[in-house]
Design a protein around this ligand. Structure first.
Ligand SMILES: Cc1cc2nc3c(=O)[nH]c(=O)nc-3n(C[C@H](O)[C@H](O)[C@H](O)COP(=O)(O)O)c2cc1C
Length: 209
């Protein structure tokens, strides 16, 4: 399936075929491809929690207003946006850029200062925005790539974030922009037509706002 078709055919599906699995190999391939998502300075500030066992899915469902698809899907991904991605990955990013010839050694400190300035201190709002925007691009890649592998998805932000953090041992400084159910469309399901999208003229401004 080409990427245009995957984008056109992706839908948030409510009914997953139960009893399906997302095997390790397919999980790895899907995630590694999705991980090619772009990120600010290539800092990749995300983690992914893969929820596959029935008891964990039951717990996650309880944290997410009892949304049934969580238990029915083969797996549910908890997308974790990590404001600490700067501290975790910066040195490695810069080493790699130096190695690959993207950056001269004398430019290193300039990048460190720029990143500090752009994305603020670890606990700042700026830093949360940084983490959420990048993790969301990774999440979108996951949904498109899943479609390419013949899987369907459903993103959700209808959940109690603190409960998910408590149940899945996620440190308090992290943010959960969404969870994504992944699996196979329940056999015999006919999807309702795709809901409206605004026309080009409604949201595109040519030149300035
Ligand atoms: C960040 C995000 C959170 C969402 N949260 C929920 C949710 O909690 N429950 C739900 O049923 N749908 C949720 N949706 C699905 C949207 O309702 C759906 O994407 C939208 O109606 C467009 O439909 P489509 O994805 O099939 O094109 C969410 C979508 C996104 C992107």
């Amino acid at each position: 399936m080409d990427v245009i078709q995957a984008i056109k055919e992706r839908r948030s599906i409510n009914f997953f075929e139960t009893g399906q699995e997302l095997p390790d190999e397919q999980l790895r391939e899907l995630v590694e491809i999705s991980n090619l998502a772009p990120s600010s300075f290539n800092l990749q500030p995300w983690k992914l929690i893969v929820v596959r066992n029935p008891e964990s899915k039951r717990i996650l469902r309880r944290c997410a207003f009892n949304q049934r698809k969580i238990e029915e899907a083969a797996a549910v991904f908890i997308i974790v946006a990590d404001p600490g991605g700067v501290e975790e990955n910066l040195e490695r990013v810069l080493d790699n850029w130096e190695e690959l010839g993207y950056m001269k050694p004398e430019a290193r400190q300039g990048y460190v200062d720029m990143i500090q300035n752009l994305y603020g201190q670890p606990n700042s709002l700026k830093r949360k925005f940084f983490a959420i925007k990048n993790a969301s691009l990774f999440a979108m890649n996951l949904m498109i790539a899943a479609k390419g592998f013949g899987l369907d998805t459903h993103p959700m932000d209808g959940f109690d974030e603190d409960s998910i953090k408590r149940e899945f041992d996620i440190p308090p400084d992290k943010v959960i922009p969404m969870i994504i159910a992944v699996g196979h469309l329940k056999k015999g399901t006919t999807l309702l037509p795709r809901a409206f999208r605004r026309r080009f003229e409604e949201f595109v401004r040519l030149g300035s706002y």
